[in-house]
Write a protein of this length. Structure first.
Length: 135
């Protein structure tokens, strides 16, 4: 995956891509949560981690493109609000199992840790260490 492909996929996963008919818009990371079809798509998580790895040097620059941060922050924030918060729409409506909640929580922790380390200039090896350890 090159940087342009990574950016396009990130737009889909964060539901900000211009092509609303793109299949990944419906089945990407945020797309799989709204409307929730009862299943988490693990490949979305792995694809996001690959995107972060491909864009790691972009996230370590002193000046970062706002859209990159907005997309990554949005994925984390909306997942927390919709799925992880007890009053969020998915838990409030009993649409998630405890296992799914725990999985999403782990995924968001891993994503946010990787982005934080890169923003701090800690390098891709450290940023992806917990992901590579789990995989």
């Amino acid at each position: 995956m090159n940087k342009q492909e990574a950016r396009d996929l990130l737009r889909c996963h964060s539901f900000i891509h211009d092509d609303l008919e793109h299949p990944k818009m419906r089945s990407g990371f945020l797309g799989m949560l709204r409307p929730f079809q009862g299943e988490l798509i693990e490949d979305n998580f792995h694809e996001l981690m690959t995107i972060i790895e491909v864009l790691a040097d972009e996230l370590e620059k002193p000046s970062i493109e706002r859209e990159l941060i907005a997309a990554l922050w949005g994925i984390c924030q909306y997942t927390r609000a919709w799925a992880l918060h007890p009053d969020g729409m998915l838990q409030r409506n009993n649409l998630l199992t405890i296992e799914q909640i725990n999985t999403l929580d782990d995924w968001i922790d891993t994503i946010s840790y990787a982005v934080m380390v890169l923003l701090e200039g800690g390098g891709p090896e450290e940023a992806l260490s917990s992901y590579r350890h789990e995989s």
